[in-house]
Structure formats: C-alpha cells, structure tokens
Design a protein around this ligand. Structure first.
Ligand code: XMP
Length: 329
C-alpha cells in the first residue's frame, strides 16, 4: 500500500527530527495493535533508545501476558520490561463500583507506574527520558476531545479513555503520537509494512482498563476475574474455530454481578450470569451486533456451563451502538 508506505516514511522522518540524538523515549505497550505498531515504528526510527514497558495490571485476559510478551520479544525484538502490578491495581479497585471511578483509578495507576519506570530508567541511563509514545488513534481523539464544530464538548465526553487526555498536566514527558491521524484499518496496514505478525494485527481491540470494564461493579469480588477469563477464552476460541474471528470487530464476555437459580445434575445451583457480546464496526464509533447461528450459540453456551464453575446462565447482547456502547461500562 503506497499511501501507508509514505505515511511510514514521513512518520519516521518526523520522529528522527523531533527526538534529539541523545534523547530517550519510553512507550507503554498494552498488548494491542495500536501501541505495538506505534512502538515498532518508533523503534525503526531511533532503535534501542526506545524503552517499552508492559504492565500486567491483573485485568488481562487468559494467558495474555505470556502471549503478548512472546510476540514482543521473539517476533518484534522490542526492548520490553514487564511489570507485575496486579496487586497495586486490584487493591486500589477494591470496593469500587462506579464505572468512571474505576477508569480514573486505573488511568492514574498506569501513570504512576510509568513515572516509576521513567525514574528507574533515569538511574540506569544517567538522564531522564524525554518522550512518551502513545498509540492514540483518530477516533480516540474525537471521542475524548471532540473537535470544534462536531457538536460535542468535553462535558459530553462519553467515557474517559485513559490513554487520551488523562495524563497529568505536570508530566514532564513530551508526547509522540505517530498514529493520531489514522483509523484502525490504516494502523493494521502500517503494521503489515512493519512486519508485525498478521495474527497479532488482526487481534480484536481491547480497552485500556481491561477486564475491569467487563466485570460490572467491584472487580475484586469473589473469583469474578477468573470466571470471566475462562468464559471469554471459550467464546473467543469457539469463534476462531468457526472461522468467524476476522469477520468480527470485537467479541468478549461480560461478568454480571447477579446470581440466578439453575439446576445442574440433580443439584439446585445459585450461580453467576455472563453475557456474550460480538459486534461489527468500521472504527468503534458505531457498531452493529453480530449474528451467530443457533448451533454455534448452543455449543458455546453448553461448553461454558459445562466447564466453568460458578456460571449457570448465559445471555447474548444484541444491542447496537448507539444506543449501547461496545463495552458495558
Ligand atoms: P465504547 O465502549 O466506548 O468502545 O463504545 C469503543 C471502542 O473503544 C474501546 N474502549 C477503550 N479503548 N481505552 C481504550 O484504549 C479505554 O478506556 C476504552 N474504553 C473503550 C472499546 O473496547 C471499543 O473498541
């Protein structure tokens, strides 16, 4: 794609010009397409003066940390430090139910971890990193800070996407946002040119606050996160097995903080309900629910109820965006 090749060359030039020859840059990798492509691009421009950090916030999906670290290290040769911060995040989230509060707490904790990382680097390098790379896309910019004339203002912000606008004003790091004018499909093309593995580029988007916005209410209650990971993995694996993964923008499970009565074997159960959601979309701004045939759904629901302890009912979300958002929180 010649257009994206031009974009790539231009971006690499801009980064080389912006970042001084002795400056160091840090980048938080989320495991998603955007931050991975942004980091790979910056790595092309400045090599190992880029220092990436991947934070395990305890809100990741099944085996996610192992899976993404393997891609960063073996396929992309990115310099990445993995920080295990699950306890830090989960202890701050304990008892918090309000969706916006959860998002704000998570955003703040990420910033504080990046600060620690920058300080450690400063000790190691003898100078402080100057820049922070973010994989912000064009739709993130419009949803968080609508441009003038769009009819939306800050007070109408729908959700605080922690990767935009949530950075502290006194932050000393300057931002590099090489994808800020691109849409998702363009980022995927750019990633292809940068040799990011195809399977990785096709991964569905995953929100910064992770499973915290998919466990409704208090994420630390009981074994909600563990149950959700198992259900989500079964759902996604079934979608892949059916050859449907690439036709879907995003698919995931949601853990509902309610229990219903069921019967398993000869036993009455009082267990949790999960919801399944799959949508098609161009850019995440609007979305339609994805149609699964009955046989597929029947198989998935049986598999979930038979193999995940603590779940006795599964619902399917068939709401488009609008009026719903993609995520439940
Ligand atoms: P919503 O739920 O707002 O989601 O309809 C639209 C798209 O954005 C993703 N999303 C996020 N991505 N940080 C992110 O990086 C966030 O805080 C966040 N919240 C939602 C969501 O998964 C969907 O693809």
């Amino acid at each position: 794609d010649w257009k994206m090749r031009d974009v790539l060359d231009e971006e690499i030039e801009v980064i080389k010009k912006t970042v001084g020859p002795d400056d160091h840059v840090i980048c938080a990798l989320s495991g998603g397409v955007d931050s991975t492509v942004a980091a790979t691009l910056v790595h092309r421009a400045i090599g190992d003066r880029l220092h990436c950090v991947f934070v395990d916030n305890g809100l990741l999906r099944y085996k996610e940390r192992e899976r993404v670290m393997a891609t960063f290290e073996s396929d992309l040769h990115l310099p990445v430090t993995c920080v295990d911060a699950a306890d830090r995040f989960l202890s701050k989230l304990k008892g918090v139910k309000d969706p916006e509060c959860k998002r704000k707490i998570i955003g703040k904790e990420f910033i504080s971890i990046f600060d620690d990382f920058a300080q450690e680097l400063e000790h190691k390098l003898g100078r402080r990193p100057e820049y922070l790379v973010q994989g912000t896309l064009y739709p993130d910019v419009i949803e968080s800070c609508p441009p003038p004339g769009s009819g939306r203002t800050h007070s109408h912000t729908i959700k605080s996407h922690h990767n935009v606008g949530g950075l502290p004003k006194d932050m000393r790091l300057k931002l590099i946002e090489p994808l800020k004018l691109l849409f998702k499909d363009e980022v995927r093309k750019l990633g292809g040119i940068l040799d990011v593995p195809e399977a990785f580029l096709k991964r569905h988007p995953f929100p910064g606050p992770g499973l915290a916005v998919r466990v409704l209410g208090d994420v630390t209650e009981g074994n909600a996160l563990e149950v959700l990971r198992q259900v989500d993995e079964i759902f996604i694996q079934s979608i892949k097995d059916a050859g449907l993964y690439d036709s879907i923008w995003q698919a995931f499970a949601v853990f509902l903080p309610v229990q219903t009565v069921g019967v398993q074997g000869d036993q009455r159960t009082h267990s949790h309900v999960v919801a399944l959601r799959a949508v098609t979309s161009e850019d995440g701004m609007t979305a339609d629910w994805f149609y699964f045939d009955h046989k597929f759904l029947d198989n998935v629901v049986r598999k979930i109820c038979n193999s995940v302890r603590g779940v006795n009912r599964v619902c399917l979300d068939i709401t488009s965006k609008p009026p719903a958002t993609v995520e439940w929180e």
